[in-house]
Design a protein around this ligand. Structure first.
Ligand SMILES: [Zn+2]
Length: 451
């Protein structure tokens, strides 16, 4: 038994406990409460820390970690074009795997213990397993032409056959038809049937940009221009991206809906009817200028909302406490009200709501007896938080952005004393070299085609 003692313990589903203690035994939490009542065990004193459940990143692309700073200030469709061509032409599978490993190291340093990742190459599954973290990898598929549908499905089936046997009780596989501007209606329908047949969860980028909405609802805009140039038929497909997903059967399995920046009341009713959760990515949405997702409305109507960092190619960091802080600030600024998204609720989005969105809230997301010991501790002293005042407000508004002092997944310490336990220090150099390879790829392009 290990007794983790901290100045504050925030179980999330119960009020904070000053001078609290969490006791772990064989990966499970066996006690949460006042340290004077804790059962005997080996003491691990975290000192002036706040001990939280491990944070949950409900949307990221770990394989893109080498692209930090490489796609700056591009409009959305140029950003996607440059990402796709550079990934295919400049990065090897080994580089993508190192990027995924390094992305997890970054996440661990900010207290993230669970990763919901959408991945094109399939390498993230191996990275999650190797690094000892929890997560789900949604294997992406692409194909905007109906003629590509069967080839895309063949490739997806092959990837799923290859990856599915590697699943464990901590790492699962799902699928992700990428987005309305890269997926035909036929491919959406085929993916929905495949996911239902195989019992695979889906994660879907949806309702992210004005350009996406315009393509779906009117058949116009910058994505429509690209489709026309490729000889694809462009017609209005549905009244909104959410309506498109419903019509193609993609909402039947209650998928995780990523972004949801542009929703109307009818879309929210559809999301509720299909019991979908939403992964909200406030930093990425703001950086692209896509807008602020209506999460106050989603929460008021009872939709589960989790938080995602998105990739570092669009953020440029992975810090879920910071996403919770931004979510609260953006909602309050947007609504011109101090009453929306209180700190307590914003912290729930980063923890228990994230777990609920991924269907693992019986195991993680809060500090409760019987749950797995996924833990993240942040030092109030390192964040120079004095006085503390309201401790939940402190963790959200003052500590966010500070590296974690201690992190464990299922009882296994992965960050201790602020350092990655057993990490490979050479990964950083290899990811830096992958960044150099991207820069060299760009230099080789004719000047006229550089974005
Ligand atoms: Zn994404």
């Amino acid at each position: 038994m290990r007794r983790y003692r901290a100045r504050w313990v925030i179980p999330v589903t119960r009020p904070p406990i000053e001078l609290g203690c969490v006791v772990e035994h064989e990966g499970r939490i066996v006690f949460v409460g006042d340290r004077s009542n804790a059962p005997d065990g080996e003491d691990c004193d975290l000192g002036e820390c706040v001990l939280l459940p491990g944070l949950i990143n409900a949307h990221t692309h770990l394989e893109l970690t080498a692209m930090r700073g490489f796609l700056e200030d591009l409009c959305f469709n140029d950003w996607i074009d440059k990402l796709r061509s550079s990934r295919n032409e400049a990065l090897t599978t080994e580089m993508l795997l190192d990027a995924a490993r390094f992305g997890i190291v970054e996440g661990l340093h900010s207290g993230v213990t669970t990763y919901a990742d959408t991945c094109s190459s399939g390498v993230v599954m191996q990275a999650l397993l190797e690094m000892g973290v929890r997560g789900i990898m949604y294997q992406e598929t692409f194909g905007s032409s109906p003629a590509q549908c069967s080839a895309s499905m063949d490739k997806l089936r092959l990837m799923v056959d290859e990856l599915a046997p590697a699943q464990t009780d901590m790492v699962r596989l799902g699928i992700s038809p990428h987005a309305p501007y890269t997926i035909s209606d036929d491919l959406y329908e085929a993916c929905a049937l495949f996911a239902a047949d195989c019992g695979l969860p889906m994660g879907l980028h949806i309702s992210e940009s004005a350009a996406e909405h315009e393509l779906v609802s009117a058949g116009t805009g910058p994505f429509a221009v690209e489709w026309h140039a490729r000889g694809l038929e462009v017609v209005p497909r549905a009244r909104s991206p959410i309506a498109l997903l419903e019509r193609t059967g993609c909402l039947d399995g209650s998928p995780l809906l990523i972004h949801c920046v542009r929703l109307d009341s009818e879309d929210i009713a559809t999301i509720l009817r299909h019991e979908c959760a939403v992964a909200h990515c406030p930093a990425s949405n703001a950086k692209f200028g896509h807008g602020i997702a209506p999460i106050t409305e989603l929460l008021e109507r009872g939709v589960t909302v989790a938080l995602g960092s998105d990739s570092v190619a669009s953020n440029n960091r992975m810090d879920i406490l910071e996403e919770a802080r931004l979510a609260a600030l953006f909602q309050r600024a947007g609504k011109q009200s101090e009453r929306v998204l209180p700190a307590r609720q914003a912290l729930e989005l980063a923890t228990i709501a994230g777990a609920r969105a991924l269907g693992i809230d019986d195991r993680v997301g809060s500090l409760e007896t019987g749950k797995d010991a996924d833990l993240a501790a942040f030092s109030l002293a390192a964040a120079r938080v004095t006085p503390i005042g309201d401790v939940v407000a402190a963790i959200l508004f003052a500590v966010a952005g500070t590296p974690a002092e201690f992190v464990a997944v299922k009882g296994r310490p992965l960050i201790s004393g602020g350092r990655h336990v057993g990490g490979d220090p050479t990964v950083r150099e290899r990811v830096s070299a992958a960044g150099d390879a991207l820069a060299a790829w760009e230099r080789r392009l004719p000047k006229s085609t550089r974005l």
